[in-house]
Each structure stands twice: as structure tokens, then as C-alpha cells.
Design a protein around this ligand. Structure first.
Ligand code: SF4
Length: 253
């Protein structure tokens, strides 16, 4: 992005951060925003953790930076009519993800929708720039990964694979802060949706015959292979982030 797109166009890239989600999950002294871990309850029922990480680790630092750029760092009141425009890359096959920002000082624009570009057009364009292998952006150990993403980590980067396998084992009883404060998870937590340790999880491609044997429908098979469609993009899937953000960066501020 920096070399091929931003630099030639004279667009500065600003990096923001709220810390390291992996370290925070394992640090009993750190406040932790929960990730959408797959839970196996004691009675065997499957569940899922709340997802607060998108708000904490993506939306919050972006808002902080935007306020700074506007000249109104939190908690300064931003005058009416002062706002930034954000371009959010939502393609036509996922138009349901296009949402307004939840604060008046940010206005979302969706250029891919304006150009009527689907995922196919995006891939074609990236390919023309020599960027055909552009991956989905997400945290390394995101529980929303599909098997294709897990395989890619395993096959392309053994050290990262070892890291996520270790992390998966480390969060089996939930995050460290919750355990330290007596809020132990009443089941077990996993990164892979099969709810077995990542090192043993069935991440290889599921064939049509296996799918039929497992009674898995086409939609479920697609999520299994490609991950959760909405993935993790700020302002494309706010979910629990809304509630988290109201405290610090809500509409009133
Ligand atoms: S990529 Fe996954 S783990 Fe990371 S912030 Fe998004 S939902 Fe959370």
C-alpha cells in the first residue's frame, strides 16, 4: 500500500495503535477487550465470546487520531460542521456492511460502491498492480479466520503458526485478567471454530463428499473455509464496539 499506492499518490500513511492484543490477553494486569473466541461450555454446548476487540484496538485509536488531526483531542468538544471524510472499501457484494460512522465528526464514504465495483473488479485491479496476493487484513490469531487463512499461516510462516498454536493453548481457560480477577471461564476457549486445539484442528480443505458426510450446508462450508464474511473492518462490522465506544468517544463528544 505504502510503496505502490500511497507514496505515488502523495498520501501519507499514519499508523495508530492501542497496544498488542496478544500480550494483553495473556497479561493478568492489563484490561482486556474480549475477542470472539469459540467457547465449549461445560455441558458441551458451543458458544462465542463477545467481540470488543475491533472497537478497542481499531476504532478507538482511529478516532483518537482523527480528533488530533482535526485539532480537537479528547475530551475537547468538536464544533458542529467540523468533520473528516473516511473512505471505507466496501464492495458491491458486501454492501450490507456499509454503515455510517457513529460520531458526527466522521463521515463515511464508500468509493467502491460509488464505482459499482464487486470483489472481482477489486481483485482484477489489484492484479494489474502486481498485488494479486493481497490478503484480508486481520489479527494473526483472529477466531474469525477460515481454514484457508489458518492453512496460509501454517504453510507460509511456520514461526507465526507456532505463535498462534501457543496462543491458542494459552487462552484455553480464557483471558488472564478475567482469571486473575476470579471471573474464570466456565468452559474452554479456542481459536478454531471446531473447538479443538489449533494444532489438531481440521484446517485442511473439506471436500464435497466430506461436507455431505458432515451434513454441512454450502453456507456453513463457505464460512469454514473462508472465515466470517463480515471479518474485521472498522465501520464495516461495529457490533459490540458501539457500546464500548460510547464512554470515551460517543456522539456527545
Ligand atoms: S481481527 Fe479478529 S481478533 Fe483482531 S480485532 Fe478484529 S475481530 Fe478482533
Amino acid at each position: 500500500m505504502e510503496e505502490k499506492v500511497a507514496e505515488p499518490a502523495g498520501i501519507p500513511i499514519l499508523r495508530v495503535s492501542s497496544g498488542n492484543i496478544r500480550n494483553d490477553a495473556l497479561n493478568p494486569d492489563h484490561r482486556f477487550a474480549s475477542t470472539p473466541l469459540h467457547i465449549l461450555n461445560k455441558d458441551g454446548r458451543p458458544g462465542m465470546n463477545r467481540r470488543q476487540c475491533t472497537g478497542e484496538y481499531k476504532i478507538k485509536p482511529i478516532k483518537q487520531k482523527v480528533r488530533e488531526l482535526l485539532g480537537y483531542p479528547y475530551p475537547a468538544r468538536i464544533p458542529k460542521g467540523v468533520f473528516v471524510e473516511q473512505r471505507v472499501g466496501i464492495s458491491t457484494d458486501e454492501f450490507h456492511r456499509a454503515k455510517d460512522a457513529d460520531v458526527k465528526y466522521m463521515r463515511n464514504r464508500h468509493p467502491l460502491l460509488d464505482m459499482s465495483w464487486s470483489r472481482t473488479e477489486c481483485v482484477r485491479y489489484l492484479t494489474s498492480l502486481g498485488l494479486a496476493d493481497t490478503p484480508k487484513s486481520s489479527c494473526l490469531g483472529c477466531p474469525f479466520h477460515g481454514n484457508a487463512q489458518w492453512r496460509h499461516i501454517r504453510d507460509a510462516s511456520p514461526s507465526e503458526w507456532a505463535d498462534v498454536v501457543e496462543f491458542d493453548a494459552a487462552i484455553r481457560q480464557g483471558n488472564a485478567r478475567a482469571n486473575a480477577s476470579g471471573n474464570r471461564l466456565l468452559g474452554e476457549a479456542f481459536l478454531h471454530r471446531s473447538r479443538v486445539p489449533l494444532s489438531q484442528a481440521p484446517i485442511d480443505h473439506v471436500t464435497a463428499a466430506e461436507r455431505a458426510a458432515l451434513h454441512i450446508g454450502a453456507d456453513e462450508a463457505d464460512v469454514l473455509e473462508n472465515g466470517v464474511e463480515d471479518g474485521c473492518s472498522p465501520w464495516a462490522c461495529r457490533g459490540d464496539a458501539d457500546a464500548l465506544m460510547r464512554d470515551d468517544f460517543g456522539l456527545a463528544t
